[in-house]
Design a protein around this ligand. Structure first.
Ligand SMILES: C[S@@+](CC[C@H](N)C(=O)[O-])C[C@H]1O[C@@H](n2cnc3c(N)ncnc32)[C@H](O)[C@@H]1O
Ligand SMILES: [Zn+2]
Length: 147
């Protein structure tokens, strides 16, 4: 049985609801927490996406991961336009990886990388000085800024 991750605490966040916070220092490139979930095929993933599920990750050409499950504490990590982590696909698994050195106590965030679909329904409150105003992928910031 896998042991619970003790290097991340789940606490009230200034960004939204509950967030994940580092309880230890992480070095740039270090694995912070695995983003686990249910492995589903692309058709089921499309169904769940159309039903509003926002926790879907690409695994490979056949399979996606639905992280909207109770056994995935990483689902509480909030989005930021200036995140300190990235979600990375490593050998068929999704890991939240430190994008820079992170000090204990910092809220752990990554960019949810949403596309422009219904972007106005996802205003961003990350509070960073570079906030794009909406939860979208970094390469789309200039398309939504000031909208
Ligand atoms: C997977 S949940 C993250 C955990 C969430 N904080 C909670 O308590 O359930 C994703 C939702 O959190 C909220 N959220 C995450 N990051 C946000 C941000 N930067 N600005 C505004 N809302 C955010 C949005 O409502 C989003 O749909
Ligand atoms: Zn933002």
């Amino acid at each position: 049985m896998s042991s619970p991750v003790t290097s991340v605490a789940f606490l009230p966040s200034r960004i939204h609801g509950t967030g994940g916070f580092a309880t230890v220092n992480f070095i740039k490139g270090g694995r912070v927490i695995e983003y686990v979930g249910e492995r589903i095929d692309k058709a089921e993933s499309l169904n769940r996406c159309e039903a509003g599920n926002q926790c879907l990750f690409h695994l490979d050409e056949h399979w996606d991961l639905d992280g909207n499950v109770s056994w995935n504490p990483a689902r509480f990590l909030n989005h930021s336009c200036s995140p300190n982590c990235d979600a990375e696909l490593i050998e068929g698994r999704i890991w939240i990886v430190a994008r820079r050195d992170i000090a204990a106590g910092e809220e752990l965030t990554f960019n949810y990388s949403y596309d422009l679909t219904d972007f106005r329904e996802h205003p961003c409150r990350c509070g960073s000085s570079t906030c794009a105003g909406f939860i979208v992928a970094e390469d789309l910031f200039e398309h939504v800024r000031g909208r």
